[in-house]
Ligand binder design. Structure first.
Ligand SMILES: C[S@@+](CC[C@H](N)C(=O)[O-])C[C@H]1O[C@@H](n2cnc3c(N)ncnc32)[C@H](O)[C@@H]1O
Length: 276
């Protein structure tokens, strides 16, 4: 999927979340009328991803907009006073959680290319009373921050969307201070998915541009200059997990097509860590 299509999709998600606010009578459900891009079941998995204490008091709109696949914020063990960059911040759930952890003396930058998402993220930060977040419009392949300006680079299920992942990782290294850390959630292939099933698997797990093999992720991180790169599996996408994801997204027919293919456990969400 081209970058413009990804942007259009996430602008639609942002609009859908805004519309959901209006539909309070249905208990903050996403309104199904705006189902061009999403259905009611294609809702956030935020409620399964984060520990309850982390999302306590986080604006509902940030949670409903969440499209992450893990919790890189907890893994990053943020400290008071640190500066954090969230690549592809979306509606801002990770940025808000991070802003609480780094406190008033710390700072969080949320970077995203989709203006409608950033507008939603700003509104969410304001509702949350988070004054230490700056949202930036731009590309993760060309980060609008100076060299060595952040302590931690986070990202939650975004890098896979890029058609130049090496540029993203090189940019992440550039903006990190010495000893800075890169802690992201993403989806990878643990073993090759058959070509005939790849598009359907991607549609079900929510990537639009294929996914990196775990070994390649580590290799590229090392090639661009990171050290200590490692990958920790979080959720292995067994057939049962894929079936449930397809159901939530209303993409059952996609699952039917791959049910007999050799895809069981070949993909999954991971935490990727590396150090500058
Ligand atoms: C799957 S959503 C994840 C959003 C957020 N991290 C979360 O956990 O809810 C992907 C987000 O990344 C943004 N995005 C995708 N490709 C991007 C790029 N190349 N540069 C900047 N933002 C990008 C999209 O606009 C969207 O908001």
């Amino acid at each position: 999927m081209a970058r413009e299509d990804v942007e259009r999709h996430y602008a639609e998600v942002a609009r859908m979340v805004e519309a959901a606010e209006v539909d309070r009578r249905s208990g903050f459900n996403i309104v199904t009328e705006t189902r061009a891009a999403c259905t009611i079941e294609d809702r956030s998995e935020a409620f399964d991803i984060y520990e309850e204490r982390l999302v306590e008091g986080i604006p509902k709109k940030a949670l409903v907009a969440s499209r992450g696949c893990g919790d890189p914020v907890s893994k990053a063990r943020l400290r008071t006073g640190e500066t954090v960059l969230d690549l592809g911040c979306g509606g801002g759930v990770d940025a808000i959680i991070a802003s609480r952890l780094v406190g008033e003396t710390g700072h969080v930058y949320g970077l995203d290319m989709t203006a409608a998402m950033l507008a939603l993220a700003k509104e969410n930060a304001e509702t949350a009373g988070a004054r230490n977040i700056t949202y930036l419009e731009g590309l993760i392949e060309d980060i609008p921050l100076p060299d060595a300006s952040v302590d931690v680079v986070l990202s939650n299920c975004v890098i896979n969307f890029s058609d130049d992942r090496e540029a993203v990782l090189r940019e992440a290294l550039r903006v990190l201070r010495p000893q800075g850390r890169f802690v992201v959630s993403d989806i990878v292939e643990f073993a090759p998915v058959p070509d005939s099933a790849r598009d359907d698997v991607c549609a079900i797990v929510g990537t639009t541009n294929g996914m990196l093999a775990a070994d390649d992720y580590v290799r590229i991180l090392e090639e661009v200059g990171f050290s200590g790169a490692r990958i920790e599996p979080k959720t292995v996408y067994t057939l049962d997990v894929l079936r449930e994801k397809a159901r939530r997204k209303g993409r059952e027919e996609r699952f039917e097509r791959i049910a007999e293919a050799d895809v069981d456990g070949k993909t999954g969400s991971v935490i990727v860590e590396a150090w500058r």
